[in-house]
Ligand binder design. Structure first.
Ligand code: NI
Length: 167
């Protein structure tokens, strides 16, 4: 739960940069990668992140540009990354221009419950981290490199001339 706008801003800037690094490593071909036909494709997961950045916060009354809920998954990885960049910046601008710290305590109707807005923003961040983790598994399966998120990747350790830690 965020209690101060400045804390959300710092976290959002850090996490959205990491998500953008992830999205920018996708290729158009990789968007159809999935574990089984019952599971979401890599492209659908990526697009779900873009849509949720708009869908979840706008339930609180915040207003900014974002994709329609019924907008289909783009076939271009670059288009998904560009839409994410625009939408995540739109949220940041809306929070900074529309809210003060006290707005984070205000309750909004969220999926049949009452959540403080600062909790909604916190859940939005965690939801994004959750799906980003799923995406990096699919990216490996698609033969792509994965981004550094909270530490170096296998390839980065190799570029440092060091073995990747076993634990
Ligand atoms: Ni989700």
């Amino acid at each position: 739960m965020f209690k101060h706008i400045e804390d959300f801003v710092a976290t959002w800037q850090h996490e959205t940069a990491a998500t953008l690094r992830t999205l920018e490593m996708l290729t158009d071909e990789s968007l159809s990668q999935q574990i089984t036909s019952e599971n979401r494709t890599l492209g659908r997961l990526a697009w779900h992140l873009v849509q949720t950045v708009h869908e979840m916060p706008t339930r609180t009354g915040l207003s900014f540009e974002g994709p329609r809920e019924d907008e289909p998954v783009p076939t271009s990885a670059a288009d998904i990354a560009a839409a994410y960049k625009r939408t995540s910046q739109g949220l940041l601008d809306a929070v900074q221009s529309s809210w003060k710290d006290e707005n984070l305590q205000h309750l909004s109707e969220m999926y049949g419950e009452q959540w403080p807005n600062g909790l909604t923003l916190d859940i939005l961040v965690k939801h994004e981290i959750h799906h980003r983790g799923q995406m990096t598994v699919l990216m490996r399966q698609a033969g792509l490199r994965t981004p550094d998120l909270y530490g170096p990747t296998k390839e980065q350790w190799a570029e440092f001339g060091m073995p990747a830690p076993v634990i």
